[in-house]
Design a protein around this ligand. Structure first.
Ligand code: NI
Length: 264
């Protein structure tokens, strides 16, 4: 009886917390139709470069279940300046569809030549998030220690999501201790992603978020093709299998987490 009641109250739809819908070649109607077929109801578009901001905001404004973030990706750090920050403030202050600052952070994989600038711009954007009372979605590639230290030292008021988490179980535990969320995507479905599967098994469920990072990192069984928000279902199925949980339960928990994190 109790279980039946619980099932009725469960959220039976998925949320893709990180999808570059603006980079997909398909039109948004098709993307939404496919999401619907896979039980994916909402998606959040992260922002990478200044040139794409208008497009992202427009998509979020035009479609009820699509939300957006504002921010500058670490490899674009050179383009961050006061004018852009003012633009971000004026967009976010008047728009409820802007739900986070992201994706911001550090990437020492592609380019180590301007680490200091990346750090400076990361700190500025964390402060911007605090000013706007928004959470941050963080990109950290081969920069775990600096990312952790900057987030902790600068202090985030609203919430931290570590997008495409790539650290160890130990690092995950350190981050969770800070109250931060761990977002996992298609990599967890790869056969050789041993470390990621361990993280997926160990992360406290109340801190787990699901994402695709589409068009990148396409999960099994569609590896080699462009990724789409609909495929977040494969991520949910893999993690449910790894944790020996009914997939409906994993969906319910992660969807509640996403709605709590983004406030929608
Ligand atoms: Ni991304």
């Amino acid at each position: 009886m109790l279980l039946a009641w619980y099932n009725l109250a469960m959220k039976n739809y998925l949320i893709d917390t990180h999808a570059h819908i603006d980079m997909l070649e398909e039109n948004v109607e098709n993307i939404l139709a496919e999401m619907n077929n896979y039980g994916v109801k909402k998606a959040v578009i992260p922002s990478v470069e200044a040139a794409a901001i208008d497009k992202i905001v427009k998509i979020a404004n035009n479609y009820e279940n699509i939300y957006a973030m504002l921010g500058i990706y670490p490899s674009e750090a050179k383009s961050y300046n006061d004018d852009l920050e003012k633009t971000f403030i004026s967009i976010a202050e008047n728009n409820k569809k802007i739900v986070a600052i992201g994706e911001i952070g550090l990437d020492y994989y592609w380019d180590k030549s301007f680490k200091e600038l990346q750090q400076e711009v990361f700190i500025k954007q964390i402060k911007l998030a605090n000013k706007l009372n928004l959470p941050v979605a963080v990109h950290d590639r081969e920069a775990h220690k600096d990312t952790f230290d900057i987030l902790k030292e600068t202090g985030v008021q609203k919430g931290v999501l570590l997008h495409c988490f790539s650290g160890s179980v130990e690092f995950m535990k350190e981050c969770v201790k800070e109250g931060w969320y761990i977002a996992l995507g298609g990599v967890v479905t790869f056969k050789n992603a041993i470390k990621m599967k361990e993280v997926a098994k160990e992360v406290p469920l109340e801190k787990l978020l699901l994402e695709t990072d589409s068009p990148y990192l396409t999960p099994v069984p569609y590896r080699g093709k462009p990724n789409k928000p609909a495929y977040v279902r494969f991520v949910a199925e893999e993690i449910a299998k790894l944790r020996n949980l009914p997939v409906v339960e994993l969906i319910d928990i992660t969807t509640n987490n996403a709605e709590r994190f983004f406030g929608f």
